[in-house]
Ligand binder design. Structure first.
Ligand SMILES: *[C@@H]1O[C@H](CO)[C@@H](O)[C@H](O)[C@H]1NC(C)=O
Ligand SMILES: *[C@@H]1O[C@H](CO)[C@@H](O)[C@H](O)[C@H]1NC(C)=O
Ligand SMILES: *[C@@H]1O[C@H](CO)[C@@H](O)[C@H](O)[C@H]1NC(C)=O
Ligand SMILES: *[C@@H]1O[C@H](CO)[C@@H](O)[C@H](O)[C@H]1NC(C)=O
Length: 182
């Protein structure tokens, strides 16, 4: 009998107590925000045997591949320089969707995680969520978060097409990124 009581008490002591789902709200200790700039090129390749962007859904099989509603998955290489053979320093994985009803104004809304595989930010990434119209030449994209060194980052990217093949849709895009993080 005593053994049973001890056993029950032991079990109760081991069981985690879930009293509520939130903690007390406190003032966090102030932290100094830091700023990092990044410069690289993204290679969005639809053509060839090993495309880095593939169409995964489209609304109308007879319409154009880039018409409103087409959705692409990407695993685009990020490189130091604009050449296809330039050193790879990371990759952007995610999606973009053709989002403009105006057929003369191709726009993609991009949802992607840009991760780095070398240098000081190896293992860190930032999250981009923004619309990307085909004009003007320099566009601004919003950065809404990050992982690793870029945890809780926010910032923006200024981008410009460095190369575009209108036949294949292959694009190489220059990125100037400004990130605010801790
Ligand atoms: C689907 O494709 C047909 C033929 O190209 C076109 O007439 C029609 O407008 C398209 N519909 C949509 C919703 O894009
Ligand atoms: C990047 O980090 C990974 C995982 O820690 C490691 O295996 C790899 O060697 C690193 N690469 C470079 C170029 O530092
Ligand atoms: C990125 O910054 C470099 C150096 O300041 C500049 O030469 C280049 O034009 C910029 N590109 C974009 C797309 O802002
Ligand atoms: C664009 O791609 C087509 C088809 O692969 C090719 O014939 C053409 O030479 C390319 N144009 C440029 C500027 O690379």
């Amino acid at each position: 009998m005593e053994k049973q009581v001890i056993f029950v008490v032991f079990c109760l002591a081991m069981a985690p107590v879930y009293g509520q789902y939130y903690s007390e709200t406190v003032m966090p200790s102030p932290r100094q925000e830091r700023m990092t700039r990044l410069h690289f090129f993204l290679h969005d390749i639809l053509s060839g045997q090993n495309p880095s962007a593939v169409i995964i859904a489209r609304p109308n099989i007879t319409g154009s591949a880039i018409s409103f509603g087409s959705l692409f998955a990407i695993d685009d290489a990020l490189t130091i320089g604009p050449e296809p053979t330039s050193e790879i320093i990371g990759n952007a994985q995610g999606m973009y969707v053709s989002s403009s009803l105006d057929p003369t104004m191709f726009t993609a809304v991009m949802y992607a995680d840009f991760a780095f595989t070398s240098g000081a930010f190896n293992g860190s990434s930032f999250s981009l969520f923004s619309r990307n119209p085909s004009s003007p030449p320099i566009r601004e994209l919003a950065i809404v978060g990050g992982r690793g060194a870029f945890r809780m980052a926010s910032g923006y990217a200024l981008i410009r097409n460095s190369f575009l093949n209108l036949t294949t849709g292959d694009t190489i895009v220059e990125f100037n990124v400004t990130l605010y993080h801790y």
